[in-house]
Write a protein that binds this ligand. Structure first.
Ligand SMILES: Cc1ncc(COP(=O)(O)O)c(C=O)c1O
Length: 431
């Protein structure tokens, strides 16, 4: 397994002494790949499309989180904390990544995740089972604000625990910039790949923005490393955190943090002119699918993901990709060099999920209704016999539309029943 020191430490060696860091990523630099079929799909003239495969950043759980965690967990270890407290939506990828890393690190490190409501989907049901599988204790609360308050109160009672803000980014200007450094480093990593001619310098980079640590880091990192690519931050969370002033504040806070530790790092200023902030793809709320995001997830999978081994999600990357699709559809952009930053894990977690045996009764009683009131999988709806479902690729698959995955061997009338119930479930989510 390949574990590499941050490029930032090589360029600015003084940081090594002053910035906490531990190795977590197991596949850096993450690959950059050209998306030829997508180029043909959009009839690009001299334009080119690439993807940054952060989905492969770790052999168990890839995505954007671990870039931030290398620095944040470095601080956790330095401060000899006994556990991590964090919070997010019911299906939080951040929480799952945290649970997995707490288990992976050879330390007795507890993980407590406080959860706020989001629309119930198969992704949410999976995440809850996986938090438990990877040993995290979770606390379902309610709205995001009450969850935040409960998390804070819990922290006061547990001073030996490290409080990590959602998404590993500062919130309302408070909290550490360590997570953002992961993405400043990521920009330097991209710069190296450009210098090695693995990819031309992109004109545009598209990335999803929620807590905005990832995008803010990338914007700061591009400016520090001399890249001229324009970052397009696609809002996938509400205005509470996903807004241009949060991005600017997070970027400047991280630059200040670095400059304080090594004055060779220029104290540059990021302004709202340094990036584009794109609204209009969130839909009716966080975690709620839009038709555009589902279409982007499906099209990119058919065109590229199936062969290259990645799929997007409808909460974050699907919405960012939908914005990129609209950009590419514009006649004026057919000659642009565009990079999509894939922040979503693409490793298969289905095998872990199978081990849970879908035993949600192990989880806190309060949330059993999440599993009982909504059914998304064909086998949940039809009570598919074990003999059939155990051999079926749709069983526990991350995708819940079984006709996308496999031919169903149920009796035709049963299959039809499942199909129409699932169609209704999907419609419910779309609304
Ligand atoms: C898959 C995925 N992409 C993008 C993001 C957004 O990253 P950030 O919170 O740094 O804006 C998240 C955050 O949870 C995520 O899970």
């Amino acid at each position: 397994m390949q574990r590499t020191e941050p490029i930032l430490f090589k360029i600015y060696p003084k940081l090594k002494e002053k910035v906490p860091w531990i190795p977590l990523l197991t596949n850096t630099p993450t690959p950059v790949e050209r998306l030829n079929k997508l180029e043909q799909h959009f009839y690009l003239t001299s334009g080119q499309i690439y993807i940054k495969r952060d989905d492969l950043s770790h052999h168990i759980y890839g995505g954007n989180k671990l870039r931030k965690f290398e620095f944040i967990f470095g601080d956790v270890v330095k401060k000899k904390k006994k556990g991590i407290i964090t919070f997010g939506g019911f299906g939080t990828n951040h929480g799952l990544a945290c649970a997995i890393m707490c288990k992976e690190l050879d330390l007795p490190l507890r993980c407590d995740i406080f959860l706020f409501s989001q629309p119930i989907t198969w992704h949410v049901q999976r995440s809850l089972l996986l938090f438990d599988y990877f040993g995290a204790k979770f606390h379902p609360v309610g709205s995001d604000i009450t969850t935040f308050i409960k998390t804070l109160l819990f922290q006061i009672r547990k001073p030996k625990y490290y409080f990590m803000l959602p998404g590993g980014s500062p919130l309302f200007g408070f909290g550490t910039s360590l997570g953002t450094l992961g993405f400043i480093n990521a920009a330097f990593e991209l710069k190296e790949q450009i210098d090695r001619n693995q990819i031309p310098e992109p004109d545009e980079i598209f990335i999803a923005g929620a807590s905005t640590g990832s995008s803010a880091g990338l914007i700061a990192g591009c400016k520090l490393s001399g890249l001229n690519s324009k970052i397009n931050v696609v809002a996938v969370y509400t205005n509470m955190t996903a807004n241009p002033s949060t991005v600017t504040r997070n970027a400047n806070k991280a630059i200040k943090f670095l400059h304080k530790r090594d004055t060779e790092i220029p104290r540059i200023k990021i302004s709202e002119n340094d990036f584009d902030f794109i609204r209009g793809y969130l839909g009716s709320g966080y975690g709620i699918k839009t038709i555009k995001s589902q279409n982007a997830v499906d099209s990119i999978y058919e065109l590229e993901g199936k062969d290259k081994g990645f799929h997007l999600d409808t909460t974050y990357t699907g919405k960012a990709m939908a914005a990129m699709f609209d950009y590419l559809a514009d006649r004026e952009n057919k000659d642009r060099k565009v990079l999509f930053w894939n922040t979503y894990n693409s490793n298969n977690l289905d095998s872990y999920l199978k081990e849970t045996d879908f035993n949600y009764k192990r989880l806190p009683k309060k949330i059993h209704k999440i599993f009982e009131s909504r059914k998304f999988q064909c086998w949940q709806i039809t009570n598919c016999p074990e003999k059939i479902r155990n051999n079926c690729a749709a069983y526990f698959n991350h995708e819940y539309r079984f006709w996308k995955i496999t031919d169903c061997s149920l009796e035709e009338n049963e299959r039809e029943k499942a199909y129409s119930l699932l169609n209704n479930a999907i419609k419910l989510e779309d609304n």
